[in-house]
Design a binder for this molecule. Structure first.
Ligand SMILES: C[S@@+](CC[C@H](N)C(=O)[O-])C[C@H]1O[C@@H](n2cnc3c(N)ncnc32)[C@H](O)[C@@H]1O
Length: 436
């Protein structure tokens, strides 16, 4: 069904998009569903690309600015909504995000909000309140207090780990979508020029003006590059020159690091437990004309055989370093999940270590901002493995960026660290350990 049909069915222009946005927001905030799954469930594949982009912007802005929107809405609500108010709070949030941060004709925004409320049995009784509150919002200045957008449990953690100033900077970095970074197989400067981007000192290309779909960009079909955040491209570099070396890539899908290792001349064995995600690794490698041996298995069941010159473990984690791309994460993850993941990471790290040749390197990394999934994980591993030692990193290994290297000699990037075009990079942690 095209959007034209949806429009007729919905009656009002813009209503199907608002309906979809509301369903997606309810799925994320009510069911802890990831954004991409929720987007699919709302049948947005039937939408025109422009409308799909609008739905995405509406939902993502509501998530990025949730705390600020709610703080402004609170000013105009004399009492809290009762428990049985259906989707009223979500309709208010979506509409406030649009009025305060996205613009759009207030009359239409309010009218559609009231229509959405009337469509929901439990919100129907609140349509007059929605109308009244949103009218008061018109012309009100938006807040600029990004820390309000960080749920309390995460805010407390970041202040404790990084201090108030950096926690504020991280929160601000999360207000914007991440830029498009790519890793070219070769000729970084050339691809920067061709794609109208810049070559970052770390070896990635940051595309300045992203237009249209990624698949339509020059070099995609010929397999000249792949999409990979500048921070995600760093852990492989810590293994040094892998030409002709055997490398075990554990938790490999969707394969950004597998591609890097293969492109650098490593003899790569990549393992991941997800059949679907491994399918994407194979697709990517085919497009890039690169080779690696792929094995779908729980890493903890991978049989011990010949040892490897290098092992990379990109462990499953809370992914709080990627909130710029996934603004739903703070609302679908919890501290309990972090504790469960920490336990799995410890088991994976201890298991991965068994595959490293004496004299070989093990790089452990996660795209998390939480020290339990990074620094503390490596400390407790080293405390129990006398045959491994940390090999400290130097800024030259990461394009001269001294800000990425911790006092202890590990890699720690934050979304608030500016590296090009006034933008940051994903939050990543990595440590290099050497088997004696
Ligand atoms: C952070 S992602 C890896 C990203 C990947 N290294 C890259 O650069 O594209 C973590 C991966 O770990 C996989 N995974 C989680 N638990 C696993 C396990 N016990 N054994 C194997 N793979 C696992 C997930 O399927 C997921 O693909």
């Amino acid at each position: 069904m095209g959007l034209g049909a949806l429009k007729t069915q919905g009656g009002k222009a813009g209503l199907p998009a608002r309906r979809a946005a509301l369903a997606i927001l309810a799925d994320i905030l009510g069911e802890a569903r990831p954004f991409d799954d929720a987007l699919m469930r709302a049948h947005t594949n039937d939408f025109e690309p422009r409308d799909r982009a609008f739905v995405t912007a509406l939902v993502q802005t509501s998530l990025r600015r949730k705390g600020e929107c709610e703080a402004v809405l609170d000013r105009f609500m004399s009492k809290r909504l009762p428990r049985k108010s259906g989707k009223t709070s979500l309709i208010l949030l979506l509409s406030a995000a649009q009025l305060l941060y996205l613009g759009g004709p207030p009359h239409a925004v309010i009218d559609l909000a009231v229509t959405l409320a009337r469509e929901d049995r439990e919100s129907r009784h609140f349509s007059a309140l929605i109308n009244a509150v949103l009218r008061k919002l018109v012309g009100v200045e938006a807040l600029d207090k990004p820390h309000l957008d960080v749920p309390q449990w995460l805010w407390r953690r970041w202040v404790k780990t990084y201090g108030k100033k950096t926690a504020h900077d991280i929160a601000r970095a999360h207000l914007k979508m991440a830029p498009l970074d790519i890793t070219p197989k070769t000729d970084v400067e050339g691809w920067a020029l061709r794609l109208g981007g810049i070559a970052l000192p770390t070896g990635s290309v940051r595309v300045a003006e992203r237009q249209g779909v990624i698949e339509a960009l020059a070099g995609f079909d010929e397999g000249a590059w792949w999409v990979q955040d500048a921070a995600a491209a760093l852990p492989v570099k810590l293994l040094g020159d892998v030409t002709g070396k055997t490398v075990l890539d554990i938790c490999a899908a969707p394969g950004g690091k597998t591609a890097q290792l293969a492109a650098a001349g490593g003899c790569v064995t990549a393992i991941d437990q997800s059949v679907a995600r491994m399918g994407r690794v194979q697709e990517n490698l085919d497009r890039l004309q690169l080779k690696a041996e792929l094995c779908v298995t729980n890493a903890l069941d991978f049989p011990l055989g010949p040892l490897f010159d290098a092992v990379l473990l990109d462990a499953p984690c809370s992914a709080t370093g990627t909130i710029r791309r996934h603004p739903e994460l703070p609302y679908i993850k919890s501290e309990i999940q972090i504790a469960e993941l920490t336990d799995l990471q410890a088991r994976l790290l201890a298991y991965a270590a068994r595959f490293v040749k004496p004299g070989g390197s093990l790089v452990y990394c996660t795209c998390s901002l939480e020290p339990e999934e990074g620094e503390q994980q490596v400390e407790s591993f080293l405390a129990g493995h006398a045959d491994f030692a940390r090999q400290t990193l130097s800024p030259d290994e990461v394009g001269g960026a001294a800000q990425f290297i911790t006092e202890g000699g590990d890699l720690r990037t934050l979304p608030s660290m500016n590296i090009g075009l006034d933008q940051g990079l994903d939050g990543f942690y990595a440590a290099r350990l050497r088997r004696q």
